[in-house]
Design a binder for this molecule. Structure first.
Ligand code: SF4
Length: 182
């Protein structure tokens, strides 16, 4: 194990787009690896050994179910600095749209009434996480230290913020030229 700072990440109720944007930092990933180790993330495999103690924890996605809460609390507990990574984590974004409908209606739509479904049913097993009545941003459950905006955040912004954090510098803000999302 090196003495470099550790980065860990998780995605909750999100589409993986924020992590795809993390991969879009391309060859700068190597520069980041000079500065820090990347522990458990969805782009490695966190089934093996769970989350490490991390200096920077990145959370993609909103909180939609009980498993999301469990992962979120674990990464919060193990991260010195927790970043809400993208707009789903920050305010709900796409998954938040289900909040306009009762949960029962959402579940029926997903498992029974989609056109391709035959003999659909809503799965119910104690092994499965429970859906929350309403999708929530992560700050409703744990303290958050920094927010990277965007759906997804652009790769330049991610590289800037994460490389600053692993060098012990907390950006006062995100420079204006990095605040574009297209
Ligand atoms: S913020 Fe956008 S890109 Fe990121 S997980 Fe949510 S929907 Fe996907």
């Amino acid at each position: 194990m090196s003495n470099k700072p550790m980065i860990a990440s998780v995605w909750l109720g999100g589409c993986a787009g924020c992590h795809m944007s993390l991969l879009d930092i391309d060859e700068r990933l190597l520069a980041l690896l000079e500065l820090a180790d990347i522990g458990a993330t969805p782009i490695t495999d966190f089934k093996l050994g769970g989350f490490p103690q991390a200096d920077v924890g990145l959370v993609e996605g909103a909180v939609c179910n009980t498993d999301n809460i469990r992962f979120l609390e674990e990464i919060r507990e193990k991260s010195k600095f927790l970043v809400s990574f993208g707009d789903c984590a920050g305010w709900g974004c796409v998954p938040f749209m289900r909040n306009f409908f009762p949960l029962e209606q959402v579940m029926e739509r997903g498992y029974i009434f989609t056109p391709s479904t035959v003999d659909g049913f809503i799965p119910d097993d104690e092994e499965l996480p429970r859906q929350l009545e309403k999708v929530q941003p992560i700050r409703k459950f744990v303290p958050v230290d920094f927010h990277i905006p965007g759906c997804p955040p652009n790769a330049d912004t991610i590289f800037y913020v994460v490389s600053e954090l692993v060098q012990g510098r907390v950006p006062d803000s995100i420079p204006q030229p990095l605040l574009h999302f297209d």
